[in-house]
Design a binder for this molecule. Structure first.
Ligand SMILES: Cc1cc2nc3c(=O)[nH]c(=O)nc-3n(C[C@H](O)[C@H](O)[C@H](O)COP(=O)(O)OP(=O)(O)OC[C@H]3O[C@@H](n4cnc5c(N)ncnc54)[C@H](O)[C@@H]3O)c2cc1C
Length: 367
């Protein structure tokens, strides 16, 4: 059995940010496990918001990521009534699209450079317990890691989280194309009744390659995702994809989200990132929230290892997550109502006025 101060399950943005922050804080003996070996792909639009970029800078990972990231300074938005607006957030609001294969690996490499022990190919089957307390993990092959604290960062399908409420999920499906024309350095968000309150997107990954996808509600699993996606592509992208080459097949993946953050911890265990449903309900953004919650969890664990009462450390962690994301997750209900009604059309009709255009750009960047 391996003994560690902290065991982390999942090396996505949440788990690697937590590991990295623990390393920055000088916590030794951190073991990070993932069922995959890295670099690995993750089905994702790979958009990183200005907030996410600030977090990558704090983590000291931005320099390794920036050369591989495609810069985004504007947005083309299409409403359910087929109105269109192009807004620019300007350089201050610049975001990027960076392949998850690159982003996650860069975070992982930085964590390893700070002494984190990464173990690929470990599928965690269960949590170890000592009495009422979680005390590490058990792999599918029976190997155990005993740890004083365990961070659960295993993503949308988490079976190790604390929140017992029925999950809310968006279904998502996407594909990749080379050679489809697009407005340089602009992402596209398409609000179509086929998918609202979700949306469809086109995100450029380089000067020549884009990913296109949709996310939509389907709690009863009654819709065929491929058919919905094909109808969406036909309506919005058929002309532009005519001369383009599809790269690989379509990929589907659920997105776990919440309007109200539930329980994120229990004795010995803190849940971070999408395992804790910390994904924006309107935009499906989860990279930035994953990293930020990973940092909060690392700081709570470091404080507890340094002598702070564990209950206080865990309560502090949950409070920080609620403060950081609670208001914008709750406000997402308004956005979703707006895009499901004629409200977005009315805003876009008014947006030709520069002040409204600037306000919309600011709102989108802040979400
Ligand atoms: C189609 C789609 C498009 C998206 N687009 C965007 C976007 O453009 N921008 C954005 O910010 N967010 C986007 N998201 C959301 C984003 O991908 C996630 O919210 C984000 O990856 C969450 O990070 P995480 O670290 O919590 O989990 P993940 O990135 O899912 O990482 C979890 C890790 O845990 C590992 N794991 C899982 N189970 C086990 C186990 N039992 N044992 C060991 N390891 C395990 C997995 O291999 C994985 O590496 C999108 C999601 C989807 C599905």
């Amino acid at each position: 059995m391996r003994r560690a101060a902290v065991a982390i399950v999942g090396a996505g943005p949440a788990g690697t940010a937590a590991a990295l922050r623990l390393g920055q804080l000088g916590v030794r003996d951190v073991v990070l496990v993932d069922r995959a070996d890295f670099p690995r792909d993750k089905t994702c639009g790979s958009g990183v918001s200005p907030r996410g970029i600030r977090t990558l800078r704090e983590l000291g990972a931005w320099d390794a990521i920036e050369p591989h990231a495609y810069r985004v300074t504007g947005l083309r938005l299409v409403t359910p009534g087929d109105r269109e607006v192009v807004v620019s957030g300007g350089e201050a609001a610049a975001a990027v699209v960076c392949l998850r294969r690159t982003l996650d690996h860069a975070l992982l490499e930085r964590a390893r450079a700070l002494g984190v022990d990464f173990r690929p190919g470990v599928t965690v089957q269960a949590l170890r317990t000592e009495g009422e307390r979680v005390a590490g993990v058990v792999g599918r092959d029976g190997r155990e890691i005993a740890a004083r604290f365990t961070l659960v960062a295993d993503g949308a399908h988490s079976r190790l989280a604390v929140d017992t409420r029925p999950p809310r999920t968006l279904q998502a499906i996407m594909g990749w194309w080379e050679g489809a024309p697009f407005r340089g350095h602009h992402v596209e968000m398409v609000f179509d009744r086929l998918v609202t309150p979700g949306y469809g997107w086109l995100f450029p990954e380089s000067a020549t390659r884009v990913n296109i996808g949709i996310c939509y509600e389907d709690p009863a699993h009654a819709r065929n995702g491929r058919h919905v996606f094909e109808a969406f592509l036909d309506k919005h992208y058929a002309r532009r994809l005519r001369g383009a080459t599809q790269v690989g097949g379509f990929k589907g993946h659920p997105i776990a989200y919440t309007f109200r953050i539930g329980r994120l911890s229990a004795p010995g265990r803190l849940v971070v990132g999408e395992a804790g449903r910390m994904v924006h309900p309107a935009t499906a953004e989860g990279i930035s929230q994953g990293m930020r919650s990973g940092i909060f969890a690392a700081e709570a664990v470091a404080a507890a290892l340094g002598g702070l009462d564990e209950r206080a450390a865990r309560a502090g962690y949950e409070a920080r997550c609620r403060r950081a994301f609670g208001a914008s997750f709750a406000a997402a209900r308004l956005w979703r109502a707006a895009v499901s009604s004629s409200a977005l059309d009315r805003v876009v009709a008014a947006v030709q006025r520069p002040a409204v255009k600037t306000a919309l750009a600011r709102l989108m960047a802040a979400m």
